[in-house]
Design a protein around this ligand. Structure first.
Ligand code: IPE
Ligand code: IPE
Ligand code: MG
Length: 257
């Protein structure tokens, strides 16, 4: 079994860097962006892909090492069939168009989520893109597709129990961690949701335990570099206590925090 290389925020206090090392984003508001312009909702999704490109670039400029984007939730199948198909095609197209550029920029691409509902073409394109970029180190870009936080915890639990049945009754976090979708990344430091809603919508339920939350009314297609920088500036004002008191964060003279 591979042990997770990353610190669990509930077992130890992680170091906090000036710039968040892992940002997780719920990219919301594409439909409303389009509606405001009397365009079909899907025009907003198309425009949203451009924001993804810009945000990836900005992450690299700012020194963010992991970016996780919520592209399609396990509940988004409830949308009208034509919107779901459009999103699937857009996803496949974007994969095909972007992989070479991601690879050239030393970006590792990963798709997290339950791929069993996707068609074979899409799964093949995903596997190929992941294999091509697996050695890249500038940024790990994880796209959550047919992802649900509850699904993630359950799939991890089921695999853990199947592989370690003898430990029943005494599993710890360290047993579960390697099976979670994001085992290859530290926990998110900063959670951003655009589009004005203030909810998690079943995104990374386990991994967000100590993330800082940032909500903005800006719709995803309007989330530009300045808006991104504002989110980081807000993060930089936060005091990450992880259960401790403020006083404990201030090192006394001659002592390290
Ligand atoms: C987010 O934008 C993108 C996806 C969920 C795929 P929405 O499509 O949810 O946009 P709004 O919330 O309807 O404006
Ligand atoms: C969350 O957005 C999922 C993604 C951004 C992919 P939704 O628009 O689906 O969330 P709800 O339905 O408003 O909670
Ligand atoms: Mg929405």
């Amino acid at each position: 079994m591979v042990l997770s290389r990353f610190i669990s925020s509930t077992r130890e206090v992680p170091d906090s860097a000036e710039v968040p090392q892992h940002i997780a984003i719920v990219m919301d508001g594409n439909g409303r962006w389009a509606k405001k312009r009397f365009l079909p909702r899907v025009a907003g999704h198309k425009r949203g892909v451009e924001t993804v490109r810009a945000v990836v670039r900005r992450c690299i400029d700012r020194g963010v090492r992991h970016l996780t984007l919520f592209a399609f939730s396990s509940e988004n199948w409830r949308r009208p069939q034509d919107e779901v198909s459009f999103l699937m095609n857009l996803f496949l197209q974007a994969l095909k168009d972007e992989v070479a550029r991601l690879h050239k920029n030393n970006i590792r691409l990963r798709i997290i989520g339950d791929l069993s509902r996707f068609n074979a073409d899409l799964v093949a394109a995903i596997r190929e893109a992941e294999a091509t970029t697996v050695g890249n180190t500038a940024l790990t870009l994880s796209i959550a597709a047919n992802y649900g936080g509850r699904w993630d915890i359950l799939q991890a639990m089921n695999r853990m129990v199947a592989e370690h049945p003898a430990k029943a009754g005494s599993y710890g976090e360290e047993d579960l961690a390697p099976y979670l979708s994001m085992a290859d990344s530290p926990e998110p430091d900063l959670f951003i949701r655009t589009g004005g809603e203030q909810r998690v919508s079943n995104f990374l339920l386990w991994q967000l335990a100590y993330a800082e939350f940032y909500f903005t009314d800006r719709l995803w297609p309007d989330f530009d570099d300045a808006a991104f920088d504002e989110a980081i500036a807000s993060y930089q004002k936060r005091e990450r206590r992880y259960g401790r008191t403020s006083e404990q964060l201030v090192p006394s003279p001659g002592e390290h925090a």
